[in-house]
Design a binder for this molecule. Structure first.
Ligand SMILES: C[S@@+](CC[C@H](N)C(=O)[O-])C[C@H]1O[C@@H](n2cnc3c(N)ncnc32)[C@H](O)[C@@H]1O
Length: 268
């Protein structure tokens, strides 16, 4: 597994407690609502992470059954801890590119901020198509350009200040690196989906201190892996980034523009 896709160590807990509340919750409601609009009974979630969307859909549809999958065991462990025990949710380790599920098992497949991490995304889309029943919906959320996501852009610029010779490019390369909706359509249609509906949705990040933005990114994303590979102490990197971010964003809690696509693709 590449270090961009490894969510372990400090990442699951910091991701879930700092990054998700800052940037992910409004989109989790959007994805859950788009899934719920199809009144599904059996839902598969891929790249479920620490379960932000799992929890949103579980709240929204009182009888839905969710199979929530992810590649990294520590993310699913955290997700299971955060949802009260429920016989309507099953947690399953799975690579989205090779799903351990029968053909035609689900009414909907959902994936929030995960598809950018799949090395062979067309294969993951073909897998989503395979496990859906005819008429089923595949709902995807994916970040827009980093220039349209102010907190992420500030973090990227802070990393460029701190590592001028060779800044870690994780954000631009991976989570904010899949922003061409024409390509999304081509890949989904290539996997057999029809009537691909894609739209941009904007929200604002929740007000967050420079310190917490730095904690979220240096300790709650795979940037932590890239810092570790360079032998950089995470606490030191966090403090340095907080200082640079505060210079740029000011001392008050920062709330910035968020932009992501929500895509609903239908199984013919
Ligand atoms: C940014 S997180 C999104 C998690 C969650 N959907 C959310 O909205 O909080 C990306 C997730 O993709 C997962 N992931 C990366 N590569 C994967 C793969 N090939 N198959 C399944 N999950 C993968 C990671 O483990 C991580 O949990």
């Amino acid at each position: 597994m590449s270090s961009d896709s490894r969510f372990a160590g400090s990442i699951p807990q910091v991701y879930d407690t700092v990054l998700v509340p800052m940037m992910f919750l409004d989109y989790a409601d959007d994805v859950a609502s788009a899934v719920a609009a199809g009144t599904p009974h059996d839902v598969l979630e891929i790249a479920a992470g620490t379960g932000a969307v799992t929890r949103a859909l579980h709240r929204l549809l009182p009888t839905v059954e969710i199979t929530a999958t992810d590649l990294n065991p520590p993310m699913l462990d955290r997700a299971a801890e955060m949802l009260p025990p429920s016989d309507r949710v099953r947690w399953l380790l799975a690579d989205a590119q090779d799903l351990p599920c029968e053909d035609g098992t689900f009414d909907a497949v959902m994936c929030q901020f995960g598809v950018m991490f799949f090395p062979d995304r067309p294969r993951a889309y073909a897998e989503a198509h395979r496990v859906l029943r005819p008429g089923g919906r595949f709902v995807i959320a994916s970040w827009g350009r980093i220039e349209d996501n102010e907190a992420a852009l500030a973090v990227e610029e802070a990393l460029a200040t701190l590592f001028p010779d060779d800044p870690p490019r994780f954000l631009r390369r991976t989570p904010f690196g899949y922003t061409d909706l024409d390509l999304v359509r081509v890949e989904l249609e290539g996997a057999g989906f029809t009537s691909v509906d894609a739209r941009w949705v904007e929200h604002r990040s929740r007000p967050t201190s420079a310190q917490d933005i730095a904690v979220a990114h240096c300790q709650g994303t795979p940037i932590a892996n890239l810092l570790a590979e360079r032998g950089v102490d995470p606490a030191h990197a966090t403090a340095e980034m907080a200082r640079v971010l505060e210079d740029r964003l000011g001392p008050e809690p920062f709330s910035g523009r968020l932009s992501a696509s929500i895509v609903v693709a239908t199984h013919a």
